[in-house]
Each structure stands twice: as C-alpha cells, then as structure tokens.
Ligand binder design. Structure first.
Ligand code: AMP
Length: 616
C-alpha cells in the first residue's frame, strides 16, 4: 500500500488531468496485474468492486473510535484535526503520524503523512504485491512486511464479514496498525468511500488504456460490459478486451436522467420525445435467462428476494433478456384501474429476507418495464430508444404481458393481457406492465401530461430522446426528469456536523426537527443548500450556540429555522418523530420565523397521509 498511498498523494498534488492519468498508468505498470486490479477498484473510491454486494458497514463513529484508540489523542485534539481537514482519512494520516506516545495502543512515529512528498512511482517491474518487497516498522515496533493492496482487500472482506461494531473495530485497528500513517490515511479514505484526490473513475479508465496500450473506447466498452474496473484492467493487461461480453446476472450500469425545469427546456434538447410517468419506486434491471429471473437495484445489489411474486411474471419470456424498469407498489382499484403508489407504500416491502403472503397481498408490487438492453442474443445499448421500444413491445407482446391498449380491443379479442389504466386486472394479476408512453413534440402537450401524471399521484415525467442510445452509468441530456414541487416544511436546526470536501471546517450538515407540542422531534438531516457566505455565518453562530460538543457533531440551541423541500415523507425509526423526509434539500433560511412558528408533527403526518392517496 506504500506505493498506492504515494501515488494518491501525487494525484492529489496536481490538478492536471493528463498528469493524473500518467501517474496512475505508471503505477499500474509498476504492479503485478492482481495488485493493479485491486488498486483500480480502490482508486475508484471503493473497497470492493462496484457489482459486489459486500459492504463494510463501518461508519464514521467506528473509524473515529479506532483513531482515538490508536493515536492516544484526546477527543478535542481529534476534533481539531477533523475541523482542519473535514476528512477522516486525512485525520488518520495526521494523528497516527504524531506519535504522541500516550495511547494505550501506542504507535511509534513512522513516516509522518505530511512529510512523504508525492513521489511518482517510476520503476517498472518492481516486485509486486505477492512478494512483499520491503520491510517496515509496524505499530508494535517490530518489523512487519509491507501491507499490500491485496492484503488490504482481504482485511476489508474480513471487516465486512465481522458481526457487530466491536469485532469490526478490532479488525479496523489491526489493519491500521499494520499501516504507516500515510497508508492509514488512504485505507480510511477507502473505508469512507471517497478518496478525494480528484480522480474520477473515467480517469482510471484512461489510465488503464494508457498502461496497457488499449484505446479508451475499448476500455469503456469492456468496463460497461463486465461492470468492474478491476476485471477491466485484468482483461486489458492480458490483451483480452475482446473477450468482454455481457453476462447474464451481472448487472449493467443504469442510464440516468438530468433535471429539466420546464416543458420548454425539456424539449429544447431534442426533436421528438417519448414521455412516461416518473414513478416513485425502485429502479430495477431484470435479467431473464432460461426461465431464471433476477432483479438488480441501481447499486447493483440483487433484490429478487424482496419481490418473490415478480420472477414468475417474466420467466416465460421467449428469449433471454435484460429489461430496465421500476418496481412500484401498486393499487388495484374497484373497477380494475390501477395506479402506482408512492415510495412510502413500497417501503414496507424493502429489506426483508422473507416476505409473507399477507404482506404480498397487502402491498402488491408490479414491474413497470420501460427499456430493454439485451434481447434475442443481441446487446441493444447502441440502438436508438425508438428501436429498443419496439423490441420491448415485441418481447412483452410475445408473452402477452400487459400492454397499453384500450379495453375494447382487449374485450373483443378476449385477450388475457393486463392493462394499466382503467382495465380489469382479472383474477390473474399480471405483474409486468409496459410503462405507458406518449410521443410528444410540443411544450403544451408536455404540460398536459405533467398535470395528468401528478393527478395519478406520480412524481412527474421522464422525457426521453427517441434517437438516443442507452448510456449506462451516465447522466446526460437524453433522459430528462420533470418533478413536482411538494410542499415545503419550516423546521428547526437541532444539531450540526462538519461538512466534507469543499465544506471542510464549516458546519454544513444540519439535523432538523418539527414541533410536537412543547417538544422538538427530529425529522431529517440535510447537507446545506445555502450559499458559502450563509454557511460561514451559520457556522459562527452554531459554534457560539453549541450546547453539547460531541466531536463529530454538535447539539445546538434550537433557534434557527430553515425551509426544506423533499420528495416524500416516509415512516422511519431513524428519527424520534417516527418519520423521515426523503431527499431533503434546504431551500433557504427563515430568519423571519421563530422556532415557535416552525411546522408541527401533525403537518408531517398530514403530508404523509395525503401522499398515500387518502386525501387526494
Ligand atoms: P432521480 O432518482 O430523481 O434522479 O430520477 C431518476 C429515477 O427515476 C430513476 O433512477 C428511476 O428509478 C426513476 N424512474 C421512475 N420512472 C421512470 C421512467 N419512466 N423511466 C426512467 N426512470 C424512471
């Protein structure tokens, strides 16, 4: 990890993109393929490959405690360091390098983090990870073999597998004891999921191309297909990029949308749009092969087991296929018309290992399919949406799954297909629905659809360029989203935390509450959407009005009122109010309001009920 850490320092030390790429490429070449492959994942800011479902489950608090124990520093000293850097990794590099000599698990001073100047690795062919090349001083004062990236990954896996904070904490301390302060800095950064050295994954792709004499296009394509930067590197190193092929049950990246403020703006990017409702559920990629069906979330986790009623609905597809769509909670009304419910309804179905029949009946779900990425043995990503839509229709028609057609046609033909609006779902509930769409080229038409989508209780619209390819993992202007503005809440700030990155050293993360009689009960936490000047002023105010300094976090006098916007209200036991706001955003400060004028828990309950359709 020594070279890895030095390389990271060198990358952080320059803003020049080409230089960063050169440094990373040189580093890759100096390592064994295995070591380079693991490092490529680390350089993307992750402990494990993107497709891997393993998570460390190591939070800031646990790392904080490990640093406290290893450095022997007081909470105040750690807080001061954290305030200076706003980043636990940098804090680790600093406090473990100090060698205060007072800690229970005292660590002799090794190389201090700050001293190790960016040295660009230049030797090629140096002994790689599998053969530890250099001895170094370990925390116990004895000489330990250098920690390799491969060993670090093995530690990460053990930490992920350990049960409970005590077991995890012990392993984290063991790992950090093996490391020099500079290595610890980057190990902690990887554990927090953000290296903050100004290296995007796209630059890692460029570095792989440079290191192994491939074109960027070849790397990007392979990466998209295998879904793992480390595997991409291995293929490139073997000169085997051509072998990259789409694999069933290995999720591809998801295409993402950019926001559009108005109908005019939305239609300014392309001529003809295909417009669908924006449903508030879970994005899911369905892989169907030889009767086996699995669903993957946007984080590429498998979520099939939460929705046991869905696989059967797709198992009968005539060909292997990969579909893109949204899983939503669904309401079948009296006359058979259906509609999607908001996320709060679906929430009851999430995170369960076992889903009871009763729950499936109470909260039915459907898969609203809107795209197809692979069918008939062919990858369709590069085909325009217009063609992919036709392919999707063909697929689902063959299965006679639901189509957006009128009731009359269905009655006349006696089809069993299940329809989306105003149609009898019949005794057999089909659970796959082709998301209804409309072709639109005028802003007025879009406005009309937007109003209709909202009237159906959906979030707004998705507006898609009919000529666009499917670009996994990218947020471009080919897909746009237009959302409704929900009501806002006036809330009171009760606790604050230091920010990250650009917000180092300022108190920019706010926990906020609504009134519950005489009390205040927390409902959410948001990163500040305020201006830098406002944040600076607020930081000063919060420092002067802290009631409890907990190091990481400060409880503050409940005086500051904010207006927050959000997508939804959810039931949650995270906050004492019993509710949480989904995607809260701070709209503005409300200095004109006193805490007594803040909104109440009753108002939150009312918004919650209304969004569930009771009051609509
Ligand atoms: P956002 O999460 O606000 O960035 O919006 C993008 C998300 O909207 C996607 O990841 C999907 O989960 C969701 N979504 C809902 N309906 C659709 C749709 N018809 N097409 C694409 N995405 C949709």
């Amino acid at each position: 990890m020594r070279k890895f850490a030095e390389t990271c320092e060198a990358i952080a030390g320059t803003t020049k993109k080409l230089l960063k790429i050169g440094i990373v490429a040189e580093y890759f070449r100096s390592r064994t393929v295995e070591e380079a492959s693991v490092s490529a994942v680390f350089l993307s800011g992750r402990p494990f490959p993107a497709y891997d479902e393993t998570t460390l489950q190591v939070g800031g608090r646990l790392l904080w405690q490990a640093l406290e124990a290893l450095s022997g520093k007081s909470a105040a000293e750690l807080s001061a360091a954290y305030r200076r850097f706003g980043d636990l990794g940098a804090v680790a590099g600093e406090v473990l390098g100090g060698g205060s000599g007072h800690g229970e698990e005292d660590k002799p001073s090794l190389r201090s983090a700050g001293q190790t100047r960016a040295s660009v690795p230049t030797h090629t062919g140096e002994a790689g990870a599998l053969v530890p090349s250099q001895d170094q001083m370990g925390a116990s004062g004895s000489r330990l073999a250098e920690l390799t990236a491969i060993e670090a990954e093995a530690y990460f896996r053990r930490i992920a597998g350990a049960r409970g904070p005590a077991a995890k904490g012990a392993l984290v301390r063991e790992l950090l004891k093996r490391a020099t302060p500079l290595e610890a800095k980057y190990l902690v950064k990887i554990m927090t999921g953000d290296l903050r050295i100004g290296l995007k994954e796209s630059l890692v792709e460029e570095a792989i191309a440079r290191a192994y004499d491939a074109t960027l296009a070849q790397i990007q394509r392979a990466h998209m297909l295998v879904g793992d930067i480390g595997e991409t590197l291995r293929l490139a190193a073997r000169g085997a990029l051509g072998e990259a092929h789409m694999r069933m049950f290995l999720p591809l990246g998801f295409m993402l949308a950019s926001p559009a403020e108005s109908a005019e703006e939305a239609l300014s990017y392309f001529e003809q749009a295909s417009v669908e409702d924006k449903y508030d559920g879970i994005r899911a990629q369905a892989h169907v092969s030889a009767g086996e069906v699995r669903f993957f979330s946007r984080t590429r986790d498998e979520i099939t087991e939460s929705f046991p009623e869905l696989p059967d609905a797709l198992a009968g597809l005539p060909q292997d296929a990969i579909l893109d769509g949204e899983i939503v909670a669904w309401s079948y009304s009296e006359e058979g018309a259906g509609r999607a419910l908001p996320f709060s309804a679906l929430q009851q179905r999430l995170g369960r290992k076992k889903v009871s029949a009763e729950l499936m009946r109470r909260v039915p779900v459907v898969y609203l399919a809107f795209d197809v990425l692979f069918a008939g043995g062919e990858l369709l990503l590069e085909r325009p949406l217009r063609e992919r839509m036709r392919a999707l229709d063909d697929l689902l028609a063959a299965e006679r799954v639901t189509h957006h057609r009128d009731t009359e046609t269905q009655r006349k033909s006696g089809e069993q297909g299940r329809f989306i609006f105003g149609v009898d779902p019949g005794p057999v509930i089909e659970r796959v629905i082709r998301a209804p769409f409309a072709r639109v080229s005028k802003p007025e038409e879009l406005e009309e659809l937007f109003t209709a989508a909202q009237a159906r209780g959906n979030e707004g619209l998705m507006i898609k360029d009919l000529e666009s390819p499917y670009t996994p993992g990218r947020r471009g202007k080919s897909w746009l989203k237009m959302k409704r503005e929900l009501a806002t809440l006036d809330v009171v700030v009760t606790a604050v935390e230091y920010g990250h990155g650009k917000r180092i050293g300022v108190l920019s993360d706010y926990t906020f509450a609504v009134r519950d009689g005489e009390r205040l009960v927390n409902v959410g936490k948001a990163y500040s959407g305020l201006t830098d000047v406002e944040i600076a002023e607020m930081t000063k105010w919060f420092l002067e009005h802290t009631v409890d300094d907990q190091g990481f976090r400060r409880a503050v006098e409940p005086k500051i009122v904010l207006e927050v916007a959000f997508n939804n209200v959810m039931k949650s036991d995270r906050h004492e109010s019993g509710y949480a706001l989904r995607f809260p955003r701070i709209v503005r400060l409300r200095p004109d309001k006193s805490p007594e004028e803040a909104d109440t828990i009753e108002r939150v309950e009312e918004i919650y009920r209304r969004q569930d359709g009771h009051g609509q």
